[in-house]
Ligand binder design. Structure first.
Ligand SMILES: NC(=O)c1ccc[n+]([C@@H]2O[C@H](COP(=O)([O-])OP(=O)(O)OC[C@H]3O[C@@H](n4cnc5c(N)ncnc54)[C@H](OP(=O)(O)O)[C@@H]3O)[C@@H](O)[C@H]2O)c1
Length: 274
């Protein structure tokens, strides 16, 4: 029976991964059982997700955690190991979005805050979890973004955090090869969650509205399914859309063209009220 820690499990992709893992491995459907450790800041929402997973026969534990605070990341891993005796998978999924032109931003302090959530939270959780993952020859998942493969105009802060995450886990994957710990980096495109409504605007406040076109977004169910599939197959990467796969190679062959496409996409963005 695996013990799986998921950060950002109170909503969106993380919550859906928890539900799908419970459905796949929980005892209610004849699975082997699974221990799910759910982390995020909102305890009430974590409780609700845990209750859904428990009905599917998963053992659950919630650990209210702000991943932008190192000690809370450590406490998350310690709590999981104390309760379940080890750790098999760490899913670094917690993240926040941001949408602003760099020139519109006066106070850059929220750029640092975003880096603490999207990069440092994953680094801190991974450092705490690593000895246990080596013991179990387990797996790490990092949920990056297509914005972590191609710099997206209007998203300097977000792209910077996701490129950093991508680079950190690419290097770590090679370092951990001998130890038998797999590292899977997922690159979702636009997925139908509330992330864009909660992201920072130029003033460092919650957007309250999405600055992207939401129609055509991948469903959260499909996104979670693809990440779980990649994680279980111990794949290096999960690049989710055809656009992402093509864009990545185009960037090497014709970077100017990719830049033009990105700028054209920016012009189509639904701009929030200024
Ligand atoms: N949706 C997309 O289109 C998309 C595309 C590419 C990549 N991604 C990435 O996918 C991941 C999940 O995003 P999502 O779309 O599922 O977003 P979401 O629905 O807004 O969920 C984000 C999760 O992260 C948690 N979180 C935020 N700040 C946190 C903090 N400081 N400490 C702990 N938990 C925190 C939130 O819970 P609390 O508020 O309760 O803390 C929530 O559970 C993110 O890393 C995101 O960058 C999403």
């Amino acid at each position: 029976m695996r013990t799986i820690v998921i950060t950002g499990a109170s909503d969106g992709i993380g919550a859906e991964m928890a539900r799908q893992l419970a459905a796949l491995e929980g005892t209610a459907n004849g699975g082997p059982g699974v221990n799910l450790v759910l982390a995020a800041r909102n305890a009430a929402q974590l409780e609700a997700v845990a209750a859904e997973c428990a009905t599917l026969g998963a053992q659950t534990m919630i650990v209210p955690t702000d991943v932008s605070i190192q000690i809370q990341c450590r406490r998350l891993v310690i709590s999981a190991v104390e309760r379940f005796g080890g750790l098999d998978v760490l899913v670094n999924n917690a993240g926040r979005s941001a949408h602003a032109l760099f020139e519109e931003v006066e106070d850059l302090s929220w750029y640092e805050e975003l880096m603490r959530v999207n990069l440092w939270g994953a680094v801190w959780c991974t450092q705490a979890a690593l000895p246990h993952l080596k013991d179990s020859k387990g797996s790490i998942v990092a949920v990056s973004s297509l914005a972590g493969l191609v710099g997206v105009p209007g998203r300097t802060a977000y792209s910077a955090t996701k490129f950093a995450l991508t680079g950190f886990f690419e290097a770590l994957r090679a370092e951990l090869k001998g130890a038998g710990v797999s590292v899977t980096t997922a690159y979702p495109g636009v997925v139908a969650t509330r992330i864009r409504y909660r992201g920072f605007n130029a003033q460092g406040e919650a957007m309250g509205t999405s600055a992207l076109k939401e129609e055509g977004a991948m469903s959260v169910e499909e996104c979670a399914r693809l990440i779980i599939e990649g994680m279980n197959a111990r794949r290096r990467e999960v690049v989710m859309t055809a656009k992402g796969k093509i864009g990545r190679f185009m960037k090497l062959l014709a970077p100017g063209l990719v830049e033009k496409m990105a700028l054209a996409a920016l012009k189509q963005d639904v701009r929030p009220p200024q």
